[in-house]
Design a protein around this ligand. Structure first.
Ligand code: FNR
Length: 368
């Protein structure tokens, strides 16, 4: 059995130096009226930094594009007031000795038309498909594509200018970038569709534009997932060689670290291969880049089936520590357990597992 110390080893990525391997998973809160994160948001992240979270990934925040979000309480990463709010969040986290990156999140077709801070803006997507069998709009034009890419680059530039430690691009869970990745929602016949390599083009152009704006040293993380909210069992890659075709172009485009979103971190990604590596394990092995794992760490229920309706009891992390010690992945993201236990790193570090509390959905409203 691996020691808890394995979670408390430092980690370096370019100029970023983290005290431990604990990451706060990005989690939407919808507590930023008018898209502006306030003092309560700064305190929420500052509290977790003070308790020893190595790296905070913020809740999804909108890049500079009017179609990005269906919720005006989701913070934006553009505009004077929102950026001032983020500067205060950053100060709060830095005062506590932490590190923080915003997650840039464009919802694409998942955004309900007429909703959000800019109700008149159209909801956009690669092929106008909400799901494989449901046409709800027109395919994005080249102009649309260029505008979204520019929006990601601008917001990443703001993150760098304010002093954030890097940026995470949300390419998972069936949102706009994943709508390009997934053949179920990408039926384009141009250079953005067809082969798995082509389906990475939109993401690669975003990464390249972000790199152009932020420079060579700024860490760029890309979060991706096999599962989609439109289809939990969907897969981008059904075997390691397909995963290689997916990751290769993205790695070449300049991603620094992959955040591999799974619902249960212990599940082997390709059981037929005879390997017990999970998605983060395979991604690290294939790309040679560091990876973050996530999914029910310290909990006994996965996030999709349980998070809004059902609680989750605490669970041990021995298996996680073994996989981390073996070098399967580099960092570990904690979601709901960190909502319920803002001091999760302190308690775990001290071996006080019995003092961790279960996750209850009410915590989304009550815990700050
Ligand atoms: C999430 N998740 C999520 N993921 C993401 O990439 N961007 C986001 O904004 C959100 N929002 C969000 C809100 C809430 C309330 C939950 C519970 C989850 C998914 C999250 O980052 C993580 O992948 C899952 O929660 C799984 O981790 P845990 O909770 O099992 O540790």
């Amino acid at each position: 059995m691996s020691s808890i110390d394995t979670l408390f080893r430092p980690f370096r990525l370019k100029s970023l130096s983290l005290a431990n391997r604990i990451v706060m998973a990005p989690m939407t809160r919808s507590k930023s009226p008018g898209q502006v994160p306030g003092e309560d948001v700064a305190a929420y992240y500052g509290r977790r930094a003070a308790a020893g979270v190595g790296l905070i990934l913020t809740e999804g925040t909108s890049p500079e594009h009017r179609s990005a979000s269906n919720d005006a309480n989701v913070p934006a990463f553009f505009g004077e007031a929102s950026l001032k709010g983020w500067a205060d969040v950053l100060n709060s986290v830095k005062a506590a000795g932490g590190h923080i990156m915003p997650q840039l999140w464009h919802q694409g077709i998942v955004r309900h038309q007429g909703k959000g801070p800019y109700p008149d803006a159209p909801s956009i997507s690669p092929s106008g498909l909400a799901r494989p069998d449901k046409i709800v709009g027109e395919p994005m034009t080249q102009r649309d594509i260029d505008d979204v890419i520019a929006g990601f680059a601008k917001s990443a530039g703001f993150a760098k200018a304010i002093g954030f430690d890097g940026v995470e691009i949300h390419g998972a869970h069936g949102y706009i970038i994943d709508q390009f990745f997934w053949e179920g929602t990408n039926r384009r016949e141009d250079a953005y569709g067809g082969s798995i390599e082509n389906r990475t083009r939109f993401a690669r152009e975003i990464v390249a534009a972000v790199r152009q704006t932020t420079g060579p040293e700024f860490p760029i993380l890309l979060r991706f997932s096999q599962w989609k909210q439109q289809d939990f069992v969907a897969r981008l890659a059904t075997n390691p060689s397909e995963l290689e075709r997916f990751l290769g172009p993205l790695t070449d485009a300049g991603v620094d670290m992959f955040h591999c979103s799974t619902r249960r971190f212990w599940e082997p990604e390709f059981p037929d291969s005879g390997s017990d590596l999970n998605l983060a394990g395979w991604t690290k092995k294939i790309s040679g880049l560091p990876t973050i794992t996530v999914g029910s760490v310290g909990l006994n229920e996965d996030f999709i089936t349980a998070y809004r309706t059902k609680g989750a009891q605490t669970a041990g992390i021995d298996r996680l520590l073994d996989m981390l010690a073996r070098g399967d992945f580099d960092l570990v993201a904690i979601g709901r357990a960190l909502i319920a236990n803002p001091d999760w790193p302190e308690k775990v570090g001290a071996g006080h597992f019995d003092r961790l509390v279960a996750y209850e959905p009410e915590a989304l409203e009550t815990l700050i």
